[in-house]
Each structure stands twice: as structure tokens, then as C-alpha cells.
Design a protein around this ligand. Structure first.
Ligand SMILES: Cc1cc2nc3c(=O)[nH]c(=O)nc-3n(C[C@H](O)[C@H](O)[C@H](O)COP(=O)(O)OP(=O)(O)OC[C@H]3O[C@@H](n4cnc5c(N)ncnc54)[C@H](O)[C@@H]3O)c2cc1C
Length: 156
């Protein structure tokens, strides 16, 4: 819990902690560069059943189909969790994330993620709907904008 004189936010109580997050764009770029550098090639192809993997000429196949593994390998332990993520333009000077009124934000080099967690972060549990909900994202941005509009030197 931040002491009053260490709390820069226009709210009575604020807590500070640390979290681990991968920056996908940068990490993906690093891995792909190393893969190409070592002579790797990417071939785009759709597979329609696990049996098709057996026809590949490679001796070793590592199959990582993400959520598709649930159907492919009958892995019912995989549970979808729907989230609604929006992006704001990057602000490199912002080096933190923030949770406020069921909205999570995280500043990364490629943009500021705004995750709407209306009704709590368990709301999307077991929900495989991948459609976008723009209204949810806009409400999340408005919630954060309202917080920042109350900063003494930042009237919106
Ligand atoms: C909007 C969003 C933002 C996220 N942001 C972050 C973040 O910032 N940091 C973080 O750590 N995590 C983040 N995550 C979570 C992260 O994306 C996943 O945990 C991660 O991508 C899982 O990696 P994976 O390789 O297991 O599966 P995936 O990345 O899902 O890769 C599976 C691949 O298999 C392919 N595939 C599936 N079925 C077939 C088929 N039949 N034939 C051919 N190809 C097939 C798919 O096309 C896909 O390319 C985010 C997720 C989302 C949805």
C-alpha cells in the first residue's frame, strides 16, 4: 500500500506490485530472427487431422496448435478464457501498468494494452467466443481517461 505522499494517483488508496509479462512483438521478433539465422524456413499450411502430421518428411514433429489442441488431441483440460484487449498508441515514457475499476492497462514498446475486465477477470472463463467487442474496449478506455483527467496537471 502506498503512503499518501508516495501515491501519485488521484485516488485515496493505491497498491504497488510487480508482475511478469512477455513482450510478444519483441520476443517473437528475436525468436524468428534466430530461427531464420539458423537456416529455418516457415511454410504456411493447414492440417485437417493429426494423422496428416505423420505424412511430413521430418523425423521429429513438435505440434503446438494452441487452443486447437483441445479438439485435435481431445485435451479437455484446456479451457478458453475470453478477453477484450484494445490498444492505444505507444508512450515510451510510461513504464508501468495499472489496474483501476476492472480495467488493466500495460504500457509496452509497441502500444498500451487496455484490457477490459468488466464483471471481473473470471467473466471470460470457458468462453471461446473470439469476436471483438469494441463497445467494451471503449468503456475501458473511458474509465482510464476519467482517472487521468483527475490528475491535477492533466485536465482533459
Ligand atoms: C489479444 C491477445 C494478446 C496477448 N498478449 C500477450 C502478451 O502480451 N504477453 C503474453 O505473454 N501473452 C499474451 N497473450 C497470450 C499468448 O498469445 C498465448 O499464451 C500464446 O500465443 C500461446 O502460444 P502457443 O504457441 O501455445 O499457441 P498459438 O500462439 O495460439 O499458436 C498456435 C498456432 O497453431 C496454428 N494452428 C492451429 N491449428 C492449426 C491447423 N489445423 N493447421 C495449421 N495450423 C494450425 C495457429 O494458426 C497458430 O499459429 C495474448 C493473447 C491474446 C489473444
Amino acid at each position: 500500500m502506498l503512503a499518501d505522499d508516495a501515491n501519485p494517483f488521484p485516488v485515496k488508496y493505491a497498491r504497488r506490485g510487480t508482475d511478469l509479462f512477455f513482450n510478444f512483438s519483441e520476443y517473437g521478433h528475436l525468436l524468428t530472427s534466430q530461427f531464420f539465422g539458423a537456416g529455418g524456413k516457415i511454410v504456411m499450411r493447414d492440417f485437417h487431422a493429426p494423422s496428416e502430421l505423420a505424412h511430413l518428411p521430418e523425423k521429429v514433429v513438435i505440434n503446438c496448435p494452441g487452443f486447437a489442441a483441445r479438439d485435435w488431441w481431445k485435451d479437455k483440460a484446456m479451457v478458453p478464457v475470453r478477453g477484450q484487449t484494445g490498444w492505444l498508441i505507444p508512450q515510451p515514457e510510461v513504464q508501468y501498468g495499472l489496474t483501476y475499476r476492472n480495467v488493466n492497462t500495460l504500457s509496452k514498446t509497441d502500444g498500451i494494452m487496455v484490457m477490459a475486465l468488466e464483471h471481473g477477470d473470471m467473466k471470460g472463463y470457458n468462453n471461446s467466443d473470439e469476436s471483438m467487442n469494441r463497445a467494451e474496449s471503449e468503456r475501458a478506455v473511458r474509465t482510464i481517461a476519467e482517472l487521468y483527467s483527475r490528475f491535477p496537471n492533466n485536465p482533459v
